[in-house]
Design a protein around this ligand. Structure first.
Ligand code: PLP
Length: 426
């Protein structure tokens, strides 16, 4: 492919965009065009993505938390290639060593008594499973989650998510689902009662705009759950696997959930996989009904070997520590940027390499993302809060690349400020 002429490459780009408009979604095609992303991704390596022309983009988005161990990690690629030749998919009738090994590794690294895992193919599927397990174990229906939360877009996870625009067209949602303000213990206390099966929260809200709760919030919620016989489900799909500077974000708050969900980074940026994990006590409801919850392709051998290698890399390369150090550096630099652009930047906050820059207006955030894309750094706004631009690169990104990205961010901000001043001056 690298032997293609420029003319041929241009044609591929043109045709791909046209096919998006014709066969995928014209709105999406328009969005990418407006966002200055009129090219075709072609290869990737660590924290960089290269388009078909060989242009390098620094990835400060990290697939929304998928590429924690970097892109195309050679060990994961190797393990997956070997498994591909050996046995790509499972019989689902014989025992599978890789699924068993991954489940054991997760039991060892997750906190407390979390021990049993069920594997699906995505984050939303993990959340669906967690909801079902909580209802099955408690025999209760009510689910309490947070406003502004994001747990996925299938009907169950959508029902407990906290942004109306994604929910309204699909109502009615699951019954007995309630959202309360995040980081508000009194509201939680009021919402949770003896009919509640579970409280489901992200330890740090990702798509809600990188919202970090008070130190004691989650432990107080856990106490409320215990008082009412409800389970605490922590959705670590975006915050887990080193992202926040610890293997799991709940460790910052000394809270152990009854059920944890994982996905995104678990497949090492190579294959899709999700999981929900719980304790032997809770899992015993599945013992007499091992087929009551199942997935044909979930936990397939390819994804499991990717998961096993990912967990080893996270530990051996001390990626949670790296995330903490790099995150601290970025946050410090961004605070200086905030001082310089205080009229448009309202807040800069983060934990590890999950960092948000909050602007006074969503249009400014969009403009910044466009200016950065133009200069070949990828960022995006958080889905439930378009005023916040997230910085969420692979944890393996070098300080040199972080520095480059920050320089480009500042240059882009200068352009954005110029545009605003020009509009304001007219
Ligand atoms: N939960 C959280 C916290 C997420 O951030 C996401 C996706 O952004 C999901 C669930 C849904 O994951 P998926 O897109 O793999 O279904």
């Amino acid at each position: 492919m690298e032997n293609l002429t420029n003319e041929e490459k241009n044609l591929i780009v043109e045709e791909t965009i046209e096919k998006y408009a014709q066969y995928i979604n014209p709105g999406l095609a328009r969005y990418y065009k407006i966002a200055q992303l009129e090219t075709v991704e072609w290869t990737s390596r660590n924290s960089s993505v290269f388009d078909i022309f060989g242009h390098e983009y620094i990835d400060c988005l990290g697939g929304f938390g998928v590429f924690n161990v970097g892109r195309n990690h050679p060990r994961i690629i190797q393990a997956v290639k070997e498994q591909l030749d050996r046995l790509p998919l499972s019989t689902r009738t014989l025992f599978n060593k890789h699924q068993a090994d991954l489940a054991e590794m997760l039991a060892k690294i997750t906190p407390g008594k979390l021990q049993y895992s069920f594997f699906g193919n995505s984050g939303t599927e993990a959340v669906e499973g967690a909801i079902k397990l909580a209802r099955f174990y408690t025999g209760k229906k009510k689910l309490v989650s947070a406003q502004n939360s994001f747990h996925g877009k299938t009907m169950g996870s959508l029902s407990i998510s906290g942004r109306d625009v994604y929910k309204k067209p699909f109502e009615p949602c699951l019954p007995e689902t309630y959202q309360v303000p995040f980081n508000d213990v009194a509201a939680m206390e009021q919402a949770v009662d003896h009919d509640t099966a579970a409280v489901i929260l992200e330890p740090v809200q990702g798509e809600g705009g990188i919202n970090i709760p008070e130190r004691n919030y989650l432990s107080q919620v856990k106490a409320i759950c215990e008082k009412n016989g409800a389970l605490l489900v922590l959705d670590e799909i975006q915050t887990g696997l080193g992202r926040t500077g610890k293997m799991f974000a709940c460790e910052h708050f000394d809270v152990i959930p009854d059920i944890m969900t994982l996905a995104k980074g678990l497949g090492g940026g190579v294959l899709p996989i999700g999981a929900f994990i719980s304790t032997p006590e809770i899992w015993k409801v599945f013992e007499d009904h091992p087929f009551i919850h199942s997935s044909t392709l979930g936990g397939n051998p390819l994804s499991c070997v990717a998961g096993i290698e990912t967990l080893k890399i996270l530990q051996e390369e001390h990626l949670p520590d790296q995330a903490a150090q790099k995150g601290e550096y970025v946050l410090k630099q961004l605070k200086k940027t905030q001082e310089k652009y205080s009229e448009i930047i309202q807040d800069v906050r983060g934990i590890g390499l999950l960092i948000g820059i909050q602007f006074s207006d969503p249009d400014i955030a969009s403009l910044l993302a466009m200016e950065m894309a133009h200069r070949r750094v990828l960022v995006a706004y958080t889905l439930n809060n378009p005023t916040v631009i997230r910085i969420e690169p692979p944890l393996t990104i070098s300080f040199e690349y972080l520095e480059k990205a920050l320089v480009i961010l500042n240059e882009s901000l200068m352009s954005v400020k110029g545009i605003i001043d020009e509009i304001g001056g007219d």
